[in-house]
Design a protein around this ligand. Structure first.
Ligand SMILES: [Zn+2]
Length: 256
């Protein structure tokens, strides 16, 4: 990877949505709170001077027209995932004028079902992932098996990592063991912080609303870190699954 590569465009590609228990994004509500909220899903495509980089791969096709996938499991009633043909990776990329073979590198933020479902299309491509997230590859309760493929060309990162001058991987564990966020300096918008799931919503980011995390203490420290980085770089902050922000963000063909 060219150290001085220029990120010409950062595209947000809408990749379906979830309807989830609101207590995932605000644990103050308590686990018996019945309220559900919309959870938009995006993947991110970087058009750089050194090729295309994809950040996350969305849902696997086990969810295709199958929002009740989790019925009969401990997850029943907690989340419903809505995916159409257009949200399959080959179709998302085709809509942007590309195919999976055009992707030079995948950055995998974590292995939850809504972030790694299309990893299977990138068997030869380097997939950058945090070491601690790989501990979940064998965890049957973590996400569908299609989202935890062992035989990928993983490039293992351990902690913060400067991929190049304009793309930094920020280790933000807590939501998941090896969660990472991404800080990108784009040619037209300056710094953009993709929080991913260290801050699912603006409320979590700005008001420290507690949210669902495997390790809440570590998640809180990671959130503070993300807040400090956003301030330091005066970054545009994009939250992982914020329904209100999703209505105002630039989505493909617009870009950051
Ligand atoms: Zn997640």
């Amino acid at each position: 990877m060219d150290k001085q590569l220029v990120v010409n465009k950062l595209y947000l590609l809408p990749a379906g949505h979830g309807i989830v228990k609101e207590y995932f994004i605000n644990t103050d509500l308590g686990f018996d709170n019945p309220s559900m909220v919309r959870s938009p899903l995006f993947i991110y495509l970087l058009d750089t001077s050194d090729g295309l980089i994809l950040i996350d791969t969305g849902l696997d096709e086990v969810f295709l027209n199958n929002p009740n996938y989790y019925d009969g499991t401990p997850m029943e009633g907690l989340l419903y995932l809505y995916m159409k043909e257009e949200h399959l990776i080959p179709n998302l990329l085709k809509n942007a004028g590309y195919k999976p073979e055009d992707i030079k590198m995948v950055i995998s933020t974590h292995l939850h079902c809504d972030h790694s479902g299309g990893h299977k299309y990138f068997r030869e491509t380097p997939v950058l992932i945090q070491k601690n997230e790989l501990t979940k590859l064998a965890d049957e309760t973590y996400s569908p098996p299609e989202c935890r493929i062992k035989e990928l060309n993983y490039e293992i990162i351990d902690g913060d990592y400067e991929l190049c001058d304009n793309i930094k991987l920020i280790s933000t564990p807590g939501h998941s063991p090896g969660h990472q966020s991404v800080l990108i300096n784009t040619a037209s918008s300056g710094y953009v912080l993709l929080c991913i799931d260290v801050a699912l919503t603006e409320g979590i980011f700005k008001r420290n609303v507690p949210y669902f995390a495997v390790d809440p203490e570590t998640a809180a420290a990671s959130l503070s870190k993300a807040q400090a980085i956003a301030k330091q770089y005066n970054a545009v902050v994009l939250y992982g699954h914020d329904a209100r922000q999703a209505e105002t963000v630039k989505v493909y063909p617009e870009f950051y």
